[in-house]
Design a protein around this ligand. Structure first.
Ligand code: 13P
Ligand code: SF4
Length: 301
């Protein structure tokens, strides 16, 4: 039997659901029950009635699923699939920052450890950071934004609030330069440019839109433009071509790979289902505290 068929059979027997992020390897996207961005996948994790969630993404995403569905087994098929940006802040560092700014409220990008979410007032994703700020904070509020300084700066630029930034960033998106976009635009002058808001401000400044990964798919389906330059992890080209086959997509940079997002393959998914490894485990009190900040985000979106 083919690997994909074995996975489908076992998934049914064990009442498991397979959630897959948009950057994952194509073979993994093809066996998904749901593909999506961080926001879409966390909504699926909260709503599923499956007993087991196989999360094909990176560590913080599987942790978020566990926080939202603590009674379920959440499996990350490769324990080493982390997010370097999420690792750029610890709960201890956030507590120290809160001490320095006692009046500020904390808005945390979901690309962060569970313990950091537990110290936060609200969470957001790249799809909803602007609307969370507009709905959750008044113009007088001071906002500590962690860990992504670039998403934070982009969000601050779109909202009238006083922000304090942490100096984290995504090493993959930081590699996409304004020069990369200019070069692609020279070759394809009639193309639209879309970028992820984890990019540098000077890169975002040259784009027509800054969008989450699922926002990019929606844009690609709806736009009248035939050519689109894509400033994000190059794995995104696969779902874009799949969902908008009538359009042409050009990666802005081939340097923006996220090796962690590519660690999961079909063998590891099958192993994850067979042996229920690696199982995400989080202390009850962290689940309880972190859930508040994530749930507040979901209630607003
Ligand atoms: P999205 O939520 O837009 O899919 O982004 C997740 C991510 O890690 C981007 O680097
Ligand atoms: Fe983290 Fe960047 Fe990889 Fe997304 S692309 S998982 S932010 S390192």
């Amino acid at each position: 039997m083919k690997l994909a068929d074995k996975i489908k059979k076992l998934k049914k027997e064990k009442n498991a659901v397979i959630l897959v992020h948009n950057y994952q390897n194509p073979e993994v996207q093809e066996i998904a029950d749901f593909t999506g961005d961080s926001l879409g996948l966390s909504k699926k994790a909260a709503a599923t009635d499956a007993d087991i969630i196989i999360f094909c993404g990176v560590f913080f995403m599987a942790e978020t699923a566990k926080i939202l569905s603590p009674q379920k087994k959440v499996i990350l098929p490769d324990e080493q699939a982390g997010c370097p940006m999420a690792d750029m802040i610890t709960a201890k560092q956030l507590i120290e920052l809160k001490r320095k700014h006692p009046k500020a409220k904390v808005l945390t990008y979901v690309n962060s450890p569970a313990e950091v979410k537990a110290e936060s007032d609200f969470c957001c994703t790249s799809a909803n950071s602007i609307s969370v700020v507009e709905k959750a904070f008044s113009e007088d509020d001071q906002i500590i934004f962690v860990p992504d300084k670039f998403l934070g700066q982009y969000t601050a630029g779109q909202t009238k609030r006083d922000f304090i930034f942490w100096q984290g960033y995504c090493p993959a998106h930081a590699k996409i330069s304004p020069e990369d976009l200019r070069k692609q635009k020279e070759i394809h002058p009639d193309a639209k440019i879309i970028v992820h808001p984890e990019c540098r401000p000077e890169t975002i400044a040259l784009a027509d839109r800054a969008l989450s990964t699922s926002g990019m798919i929606k844009f690609a389906k709806e736009t009248t433009a035939k050519k689109i330059i894509v400033g994000t992890e190059p794995g995104m080209i696969y779902p874009l071509r799949k969902y908008a086959p009538d359009k042409c997509f050009y990666p802005a940079s081939s340097q923006a790979n996220c090796p962690d997002m590519k660690k999961i393959n079909l063998e590891k998914v099958l192993n994850g289902l067979e042996n229920l490894s690696y199982e995400i485990k989080i202390k009850d009190e962290i689940i309880h505290q972190a859930k508040r900040s994530i749930q507040r985000m979901l209630d607003l979106s």
